[in-house]
Write a protein that binds this ligand. Structure first.
Ligand SMILES: Cc1ncc(COP(=O)(O)O)c(C=O)c1O
Length: 429
């Protein structure tokens, strides 16, 4: 591994030899900026662009016939994309479907899998969770006649950054019906041990689901081996499928006999959907949890984007991601930036087994540092109270980009330019 002392030349050298240099060429990487926000919105690839143009062309030429005659046919596109994602998450092809949005899929799955009974009424989450999940779960509890104040248990963090797995397991008491955790915490980037927590839940008769928004496309998953009950995610972060693109869900096949609690005709048995019967006949696969007609134009980018993942493989993506985040963390540490006058802190676990795809760089003037970086065309994002999130993306971030980003972190303090920025975050941070 190259270090701070090796300088920028060593990073450039590594980039020259890198197999990924060709992959980077397939993306619209801004020429005059360093994009470190692919964990919020991945960049457009030429493959994804082509797939959208192809879908538009098919709409132009085929009209309604596109449902069966497009390539791939729109009618089966959610299932087709699910099949292509299945390998990445360790599932069989019929356990994954591309549909809905992250929070919509959470509602559809939790409405089905949260079955409060007698004393078993609680849902365990954690206090560092993404807010949308909390809003949705509170509403799900209320809809079942429960009280969020009492029935939503938030596992506390010991350090404000991470959640101890022992504490999640300790919260699995007899009155818990469901545990819903993020695979990777959105702020600190901590990766939880999905297998350990899932199995601990099952040993106690608890259903365990996962929000994988921050791990899909960055980390390999083995849902079937781990016994995960259900999972959901968005495709617009590491999977580069575009702003607001369609999300995805996984249902373990042992649950295929369950009745989706929020059914819609798109989850119907495909061969009989157009019988227009009022009697529900679910698809008998994860596809049964679809609700509405798939947005073809918002799913199309994924058709192209997954081509890149098929070629590169998620294991190599993960390996390079760890090398990039190792390098970022080392540059901050070896560059003396944890000390005065910089006073940065790293909020992400160093241990590979506990680290997701981004690095949380903390600073008491985080909002101003974030704005100062942006004014230098280094694009991170800010999460209150003090986190500048930096995501070097395997498919298109170079080691030299990481070097330059860390130099920018240093320069905005050396020059005092961060002080000229507002300490209020932007409307979209
Ligand atoms: C961890 C996590 N969960 C849920 C969401 C909500 O996603 P959506 O707007 O697609 O519902 C996000 C969005 O960034 C997220 O990061």
């Amino acid at each position: 591994m190259i270090s701070y002392a090796d300088g920028r030349d060593a990073a450039e050298e590594l980039d020259r030899d890198d197999l990924f240099a060709q992959v980077r060429e397939r993306f619209y990487v801004p020429a005059d900026a360093i994009y470190m926000d692919g964990n919020s919105l991945g960049l457009l690839s030429r493959d994804a662009e082509q797939a959208v143009l192809h879908a538009l062309d098919e709409w132009k030429t085929l009209g309604i016939e596109g449902w069966l005659n497009a390539d791939p046919p729109w009618f089966y596109l959610g299932e087709e994309l699910g099949k292509r994602l299945a390998g990445m998450v360790g599932a069989t092809p019929d356990e994954v479907v591309v549909t809905g949005g992250t929070t919509v899929n959470l509602h559809a799955l939790v409405a089905t899998f949260y079955q409060p009974e007698g004393e078993r009424r609680k849902i365990v989450i954690n206090e560092l969770d993404f807010p949308s999940d909390v809003y949705a779960l509170e509403a799900q509890i209320s809809a079942r006649g429960g009280e969020p104040e009492r029935d939503l248990v938030k596992v506390r963090s010991n350090d404000g950054r991470t959640i101890a797995e022992e504490d999640i397991i300790a919260a699995m008491s007899d009155d818990v019906a469901l545990v819903l955790m993020p695979s990777v915490l959105y702020r600190s980037g901590q990766l939880l041990d999905i297998e350990r927590i899932t199995q601990a839940g099952h040993e106690r008769g608890i259903v365990v689901g996962w929000d994988c928004a921050h791990s899909i496309g960055s980390i390999p998953h083995r849902f079937d081996d781990w016994g995960v009950d259900f999972a959901f995610w968005c495709n617009y972060k590491y999977l580069n499928a575009g702003p607001g693109s369609v999300g995805a869900l996984y249902v373990n096949r042992t649950h295929f006999d369950k009745q989706p609690a929020l059914p819609g005709w798109w989850g119907y048995d495909k061969d009989r959907q157009f019988d227009m019967s009022h009697e529900w006949q679910g698809a008998g696969t994860a596809g049964a949890w679809q609700i509405s007609t798939l947005s073809i134009l918002s799913a199309a980018p994924l058709v192209g984007s997954l081509r890149i993942f098929d070629e590169v493989g998620i294991d190599r993506v993960r390996e390079r991601s760890l090398a990039l985040t190792d390098y970022l963390i080392e540059l901050v540490r070896e560059g003396g930036m944890l000390d005065d006058p910089y006073n940065y802190a790293i909020g992400t676990p160093f241990d590979h087994a506990r680290r997701g795809g981004h690095v949380a760089v903390e600073h008491e003037n985080g909002a101003q540092i974030n704005a100062a970086l942006k004014s230098r065309s280094v694009i991170p994002d800010f999460r209150p109270p003090n986190v500048v999130r930096l995501a070097p993306i395997s498919l298109y971030t170079s080691f030299a980009d990481v070097w330059d980003t860390v130099q920018a972190l240093r320069d905005v303090i050396d020059t005092g330019e961060f002080r000229r920025q507002s300490d209020r975050r932007g409307v979209v941070a």
